[in-house]
Ligand binder design. Structure first.
Ligand SMILES: NC(=O)c1ccc[n+]([C@@H]2O[C@H](COP(=O)([O-])OP(=O)(O)OC[C@H]3O[C@@H](n4cnc5c(N)ncnc54)[C@H](OP(=O)(O)O)[C@@H]3O)[C@@H](O)[C@H]2O)c1
Length: 263
């Protein structure tokens, strides 16, 4: 259950808030009384999410922007803060998946650009204001794929491991200055990022459930949240094995992370 006391009246900016986990986070935070600002590239999903939230009486603003474009992102955040007030909670959720096998440099670099540099662009845009106010919470959405390399996922795993390390280090700098940082690491979640094959292969966590876990982690000021626990333990176990055993198992097991949607 999301705490209305925590979210009521807060200005919450979410990259990737027009789909999947980000959209459900926006929905839940809006239902708990937050004012929502959404950044994503495509206008139709932004409009659809805006209509969905507005219909419930929520205050919601959207700006179409690519998180890789630093100057455009700074302008987008400024626009949203003008309309909604200074950002209290920033959720860096925008992300993509592309297969890394066969390896293609352009596709791999795009994954790194969006998932790592896009997160850095967003966080470095909202952080100065939060530090000046000595108030705020930043949450980055990484993945359990950060724990161990997975076949076909070289760039995605690298991007999420990079984001986890980035947030882990930044937390040490921000904590004493009044700004909280959380790292959220889901396993496979039923969103447009997952293929139909993956969806029918197993019971996936819903985006709504994943968003609720992330919002509760923010409320409680948790540094990290890894879920579901079974996937997290499996990944940690794989990490602890000798590499020859680990490689053999990972090559022969179904993937812990979804296959690419390659949208
Ligand atoms: N689904 C899973 O199994 C899973 C598991 C672990 C972690 N995650 C992570 O959770 C986050 C959300 O994923 P999801 O499953 O909810 O995916 P999704 O439904 O595909 O949503 C991705 C969101 O990111 C936005 N986005 C993508 N590239 C962007 C860019 N360059 N600039 C701005 N916005 C961009 C998309 O909108 P536009 O395309 O319109 O820009 C969309 O709003 C991602 O970081 C993902 O890596 C997902």
């Amino acid at each position: 259950m999301i705490s209305r006391t925590f979210w009521q009246g807060k200005s919450v900016l979410v990259t990737g808030g027009s789909s999947g986990i980000g959209r459900e986070a926006c929905r839940a935070a809006a239902a708990a009384g937050a004012r929502i600002g959404i950044i994503a590239r495509r206008q139709p999903p932004l409009d659809a999410t805006c209509s969905l939230l507005s219909a419930t009486g929520a205050v919601v603003e959207t700006v179409s922007c690519d998180v890789v474009d630093g100057p455009a992102l700074r302008a987008a955040v400024a626009t949203l803060e003008d309309r909604l007030g200074p950002c209290d909670v920033a959720i860096a959720c925008a992300g993509i998946h592309r297969t890394s096998w066969p390896l293609d440099a352009e596709a791999a670099n795009t994954v790194i650009d969006v998932n790592v540099k896009g997160g850095i662009n967003f966080i470095s845009t909202v952080l100065p204001g939060m530090l000046a106010r000595r108030h705020g919470h930043v949450c980055g959405v990484a993945s359990i794929a950060a724990v161990v390399g997975l076949p076909g996922n070289a760039a995605y795993c690298a991007s999420k491991a990079g984001l986890v390390a980035f947030l882990e280090s930044l937390r040490l700098d921000c904590g004493p200055r009044g700004v909280r940082l959380s790292t959220a690491c889901p396993g496979v979640v039923d969103t447009p990022m997952v293929t139909d094959g993956e969806r029918t292969a197993g019971r996936l966590m819903t985006a709504e459930a994943a968003a609720a876990i992330i919002l509760r982690a923010i409320e409680r000021g948790r540094a990290e949240v890894w879920f579901p626990r079974r996937t997290w333990l499996a990944a940690r176990l794989a990490r602890s094995l000798p590499t020859t055993v680990r490689d053999w198992i990972l090559r022969s097991q179904p993937r812990l992370e979804q296959a690419p949607s390659d949208a």
